[in-house]
Structure formats: C-alpha cells, structure tokens
Design a protein around this ligand. Structure first.
Ligand code: B1M
Length: 210
C-alpha cells in the first residue's frame, strides 16, 4: 500500500525516473497492474488535476506529471495488454479535435488491444472527417472518442452526426472526464465508457451488435 502511495506522490512531483523505478518494484512484488494503475498513477494524476484547478501548480508541472505517468505506463503496458488474444474486431480511437489530452485515450487503446481488438489510434486533435474516413477504410465496428475539455465535447456530436450522414454502420462510444452517460445519450452516441475497463466492456457489447 505504501508503495502505491509513493508512486502517486512521485507522479505528483513529476519525478519520471522514480515513478518508473517504483512501478517496476511494485510489479516485481506481485501487485496487480490494475491496482498500480488506479491506486498509484491515476490517483496521483487526480491530485495533480485538483492542484492545477486551484492554481497551486501550473502547466509545466502538469506536463512533468504527464511524462511521469507515461514512464509508469511503459512498465504496465505489457501487463495490461495481454498478447496472443484473437482479433475481436477493429476500433478506431482518438481524442477529438482541439483536445491534446491523450493519456486516458491511450489507456483505453491499451486495454482494447489486451481484449483482442485491432486498434487504429488516430492520436489527438482529430477532426470528425478523419474518424469517419478511418472507420470506413478499416471497416471498424466501433469508433471511440475521448474528450477532456468541456470546450471540445461538442465535437463528439459532430462525429456522431457525420457517421449518420455518411450512413456508416460503425457504432460510437464516448468517454473522458467531463463526459457522462446523459451527455452520450443526448448527442446520440451508442455508448459511454466511464473508465478504460468499462470502455472495453461497452465496446465488446457494441461489436457483438448489442
Ligand atoms: Co489539462 N485540463 N489542459 N492538460 N489536464 C484538465 C482536463 C482539467 C480538468 C484540469 C483542471 O483544471 N482541473 C482542465 C479542463 C477544464 C475543463 O474543460 N472543464 C484542463 C485544462 C484547462 C487544460 C488547458 C486548457 C490548460 C491551458 O492551456 N491553460 C490545456 C488544453 C490543451 C488542449 O487539449 N487543447 C491543457 C493541457 C494539459 C497538458 C498538455 C499539460 C496535459 C495533457 C498531457 C497529455 O494528455 N499528453 C494535461 C493534463 C495531464 C490534465 C489533467 C491534470 C490530467 C488528465 C489525465 O491524463 N488524467 C486533467 C485534470 C484531471 O482530469 N484530473 C486536466 C489521467 C487519465 C488516465 O484520466 O484522461 O480522465 P482521463 O481518462 C480516463 C477516463 O476519463 C476514461 O478512461 C480513462 C482511464 O480511466 N476515458 C475514456 C478517457 N477517454 C475515454 C474514451 C472512452 C472511454 C473512457 O471511450 C472511447
């Protein structure tokens, strides 16, 4: 438990080398990857977000925390994404236009790969046309949209509308801190995922035609 707390605190301080070392130690000690992720890395990032909101820290500090998050994720990635699972279908994912936040979206991608999906990751700041073009090209069953800003959430509706206008069969799942089930319903999305694990469950259901 102390180890998880130290991981969270090192992430808060933006100490990427220490986060990498502590996550490696936690994994070697047999702690479940999900606990290291949720009670270590994500818990630390939650504190960073709150401190940033209260203007106790500033953008460069948040960038350092993001770098430390990736240092920890590097260690966890192979454990979160098990190899050798047969393909369960293709999912196109990305952070919507105007949004540079990609940590949550990347986690969703890692977990989807772990569940056997082929993932086409378009990165961040992705225009609606790019989502729809990529889904049409790859024959994706599902498009996954991530947004972390209240100002970029509206782009999700643009994607949903474009999918319908183009007559694509792909279903759309949305997620990200400001997004909710009610918002997803409101914009006509097919599903909402509250975290990466839940996103995988919802994508599985969508790909199976639910
Ligand atoms: Co920014 N930022 N940021 N930021 N940042 C937030 C989001 C903010 C809430 C901070 C705050 O004020 N408390 C705030 C948004 C306020 C709002 O809109 N209401 C904010 C702001 C204001 C900004 C800037 C505007 C700051 C500025 O420039 N003045 C700017 C915008 C840049 C842009 O996008 N155009 C900005 C920039 C940045 C950095 C670049 C410095 C950095 C991002 C680095 C990166 O992603 N590579 C950053 C960070 C790190 C954060 C916080 C601190 C952490 C986000 C994060 O990575 N969390 C964030 C505060 C917070 O959220 N507590 C904040 C960890 C991650 C695992 O969680 O992304 O929520 P999350 O993903 C979760 C779920 O949401 C879900 O699953 C994931 C795993 O559980 N999920 C999905 C996500 N996508 C999903 C998709 C799905 C399903 C589930 O289906 C497809």
């Amino acid at each position: 438990m102390d180890l998880l707390k130290s991981i969270a605190e090192s992430l808060e301080h933006g100490d990427d080398e220490r986060v990498h070392a502590l996550v490696t130690e936690a994994v070697a000690a047999g702690l479940p990857a999900g606990d290291v992720l949720n009670q270590g890395l994500i818990a630390g990032m939650g504190v960073v977000g709150e401190q940033f909101r209260l203007r106790e820290i500033f953008l460069p500090d948040v960038l350092l925390a993001a770098r430390a998050m990736y240092a920890g994720l590097d260690v966890l990635k192979p454990l979160l994404a098990r190899d050798g699972v047969p393909t369960a279908g293709t999912v196109v994912i990305g952070s919507v236009q105007g949004d540079l936040h990609d940590i949550g979206k990347n986690l969703v991608g890692i977990m989807l790969k772990g569940a056997g999906f082929e993932v086409v990751d378009l990165g961040n700041d992705v225009a609606p046309e790019r989502f729809v073009d990529a889904a049409a090209r790859s024959g994706a069953a599902v498009i996954g949209l991530s947004a972390l800003l209240t100002t970029t959430m509206s782009v999700m509706k643009d994607v949903v509308d474009l999918v319908k206008a183009r007559g694509l069969k792909a279903r759309v799942i949305v997620g990200g801190a400001p997004v909710s089930e009610a918002f997803a319903k409101d914009i006509g999305a097919d599903a909402y995922g509250f975290d990466a694990a839940n996103a995988v469950d919802r994508v599985k259901a969508l790909a199976a035609g639910a």
